[in-house]
Design a protein around this ligand. Structure first.
Ligand SMILES: Nc1ncnc2c1ncn2[C@@H]1O[C@H](COP(=O)(O)OP(=O)(O)OP(=O)(O)O)[C@@H](O)[C@H]1O
Ligand SMILES: [Mg+2]
Length: 409
């Protein structure tokens, strides 16, 4: 971590600074949402920790507190998508019904359609004729729907589009105040990658694939002067033609050559979105489960954000074990259970005391983990969200998570 990047992170964090405290939730989510300078919130984290739930809950809470919000969700569970009214194949924001608009805010939601987003980029970058050629190419179809990293890349692309078309209202330049368009806050969910870092790494990975040796090799006959067609290369292509078939190779070459012409555009746009992620007004929230692996992953991510000068607002520790109702210490509960068991081996109360002890120990273990994280990263404020009894699949559930994040409950 460089000194300048850490200075920058501190300066550009929106919302009030969380105290460097080590107790309870010290991330002030409501101030972050209410701060009009907060223009983009990105929820990252490793697979299954609650990124989609947290993004939707934050978006709903911000809307009901008066912000004009759009949430970009990625692969939401079916029931959640339905309750937000996101049609299966929508790739543009739709208003969510059932949001309390009394404070003057609104909520729109969309679900990322990776292939359509890719098609839109091609259409906007290439001549209609060339675009048609690319869109029909089997390699393009495979790349745009399944290449590892495409989803991450397209999530960034969509964020860039939403920002250009809806926040800036198409007229204002980057860095100008928000609020001229339809939305003044974009909440972004990130893809279900194994690692949170994939979201930041994928565009580079896709770029280096497109820039890589294999692609260069394929491009050589399509664009290079005849003398580049060395005898060696001729042998390779002949062998590949035999193995793969002439049509396959022709498709691949056509695709690579065509993509090459729009590639400058891809790179530039990815770079622009990357800058947007570094801009003042962007806030990253890292979501993690209170488990050693998830917190280790979150720690890597926190360090990476700092290295990349990306503004981190805090950590959401999701699905924490709920605090037990009674303050009885675990040791006392175990001792009491032991005594009862000696009198009556089938004692139900003894069983309940054991359960209580397990719960207390779990809460303590999670608190230790969190304290260790905070000791290593004292600059990162944390919000703790307990595990609810069931899944979060409707607006009421999201509201509940939102109020836990806002420390209302
Ligand atoms: N605090 C919570 N209490 C109870 N259930 C929760 C909580 N947070 C999330 N869930 C549930 O956990 C499941 C996973 O959550 P979610 O889909 O938000 O995770 P994700 O990080 O987006 O996963 P992926 O990496 O697959 O995209 C969902 O069924 C959701 O309803
Ligand atoms: Mg998700």
């Amino acid at each position: 971590m460089t000194t300048s990047s850490s200075t920058r992170r501190t300066r550009s964090r929106v919302g009030p600074e969380g105290p460097a405290g080590r107790h309870a939730s010290d991330l002030d989510v409501d101030s972050l949402l209410d701060d009009r300078r907060t223009g983009i919130i990105v929820c990252c984290g490793s697979g299954g920790v609650g990124k989609t739930t947290a993004s939707a809950a934050l978006a709903l809470r911000a809307a009901e507190r008066g912000r004009k919000v759009v949430v970009l969700t990625i692969d939401p569970a079916r029931r959640l998508a339905q309750s937000m009214g996101i049609p299966e194949l929508g790739n543009t924001p739709r208003p969510v019904v059932g949001v309390d608009q009394a404070a003057g805010g609104s909520l729109s939601a969309m679900m990322l359609d990776m292939k359509r987003t890719f098609d839109e980029v091609v259409l906007s970058q290439a001549s209609p004729e060339k675009a048609e050629q690319i869109l029909a190419n089997p390699f393009y179809i495979a790349l745009s729907s399944s290449f590892a990293g495409t989803q991450e890349y397209m999530a960034m692309e969509k964020l860039g589009q939403l920002h250009r078309d809806h926040v800036l209202g198409g007229t204002a330049g980057a860095g100008e105040p928000h609020g001229q368009g339809d939305f003044d806050l974009i909440v972004v969910d990130t893809p279900p990658s194994r690692s949170a870092l994939d979201f930041l790494d994928a565009p580079e990975r896709l770029s280096s694939f497109l820039d890589g040796r294999f692609v260069r090799l394929m491009l050589a006959p399509a664009r290079g002067p005849a003398r580049l067609m060395t005898a060696g290369f001729g042998l390779i292509t002949n062998a590949m033609t035999r193995i793969l078939g002439a049509q396959f190779l022709k498709d691949l070459q056509t695709f690579v050559a065509a993509l090459d012409t729009v590639f400058g555009g891809f790179r530039q746009r990815a770079q622009q979105t990357y800058s947007l992620l570094q801009a003042d007004g962007t806030a990253f929230l890292v979501v993690a489960a209170p488990e050693p692996d998830a917190l280790r992953e979150a720690a890597y991510f926190v360090e990476r954000l700092s290295d990349d000068a990306m503004p981190l607002a805090g950590l959401i520790l999701n699905r924490a074990s709920p605090e037990p109702d009674s303050a009885l210490p675990a040791e006392d509960a175990v001792a009491g259970a032991g005594r009862l068991r000696r009198q009556d081996p089938a004692s139900v109360t003894a069983g309940l005391l054991r359960l209580h002890a397990d719960q207390v120990r779990m809460v303590e273990r999670e608190r230790d983990l969190r304290n260790r994280f905070t000791a290593a990263h004292p600059q990162v404020p944390t919000a703790v969200v307990p595990a609810l009894a069931g899944d979060v699949h409707d607006l009421d559930g999201l509201r509940r998570i939102g109020s836990l994040l806002g420390r209302e409950e």
